[in-house]
Design a protein around this ligand. Sequence first.
Ligand SMILES: [Fe+2]
Length: 394
Amino acid sequence: MEWKTQFTPEEVAELLERGVGFGVLDVRNEEEFRRWRLEGPNTPQTLHIPYFEALEDEEAFVSRVEAELGRGPILAICAKGGSSDWIAQEILRPRGFQVANMIGGMEAWGSSYRIRLLPESKQDTVRIWQLDRFGRGCLHYVVASEGEAILIDPPRHIERVLELLSREGLQIRAILDTHAHADHISGGPALAERTGAPYYLHPYDGIHPIDVLPAQIPFAFLQEGMRFSVGSAALDVLHIPGHTLGNTAFLLQGQKRYLFTGDSLFIQSVARPDLGGRGEAWAPLHFRSLRRLLHLPADTIVLPGHYASAAREQRADGLFAAPLGELLRSNPDLALQEEEAFVSYILAHLPEFPPQYVDIKRVNAGLLRLDEEGLNELELGKNVCALSGAYTTS
Ligand SMILES: [Fe+2]
């Protein structure tokens, strides 16, 4: 294929999915590189050389690039797309390297989406779109039937959601968050303000677990047993505490059954008990909640809120979805059938939670207000929502 001089993050994600071969030259500083990297279903070979090394000794820099990545094709990346562009244009391309810059750098990589219609839903009376924020491994959903839509865990970049709704001619009936998120900023309150549709959250998650302060945003209460109608379909609320106390899942009954699991059950793992240092108290709840989900019919299609590894969890058609019966066979975290063993396993594998998660939850509760720059800073990096045992960087 023709190697351009620049690619958008969406184009890069597509190249990775198609298995197009290229090397990555990452020129961010050490700390930024350690925090997160460009990954995908086919993660490319990555060479990390901080930008300042190119300034200090240009020839040594060029020889290292050539020794490790050859003369291309190479994708140069940095934090915001400026210094990598300079290196591509001023240093490598004049020397004959086939090198492209990723527009907007890792900040744009973390704020980009691929939107896919779940093919199973094409024959159904409902249609389901999965919005994949691929740089962070976050999944968001639009569920539609007969011109109406329900949003599940909508992302911070609400324009992407509004574009989809207007393109498909859909009216929002309700905006639901499966729980108060700690890893990303919810678009729920902003969408409610913009569209007038009600925003729903379980009341237990309306209290910040560290500050123990009530949320300062308007929201209606989600409750076990509530039913939302969307066109000819119905969406039932299941209260499944464990990841958070107010954690919920949504069961959609169209011609098929779809389960939006948020942060409970993932394709290759289960969620961690979230924040608050309440692992001992919350892990048994988590076990019972997961068992409850696992008793649903085996053909129920699970649509999770996150993934840790596209290479291991993404289907050939790009979606993250699997029938419950298949997860029972393939998800290693579901093998533990006894509560005690499951709880010990969870407590032994708790990942550290990034310190910015406390502030993300404050933003989501309306307890902290930040400008765009501050929000970008908080959301940098990949989600750490699955147990560490299943979390990999490939
Ligand atoms: Fe979460």
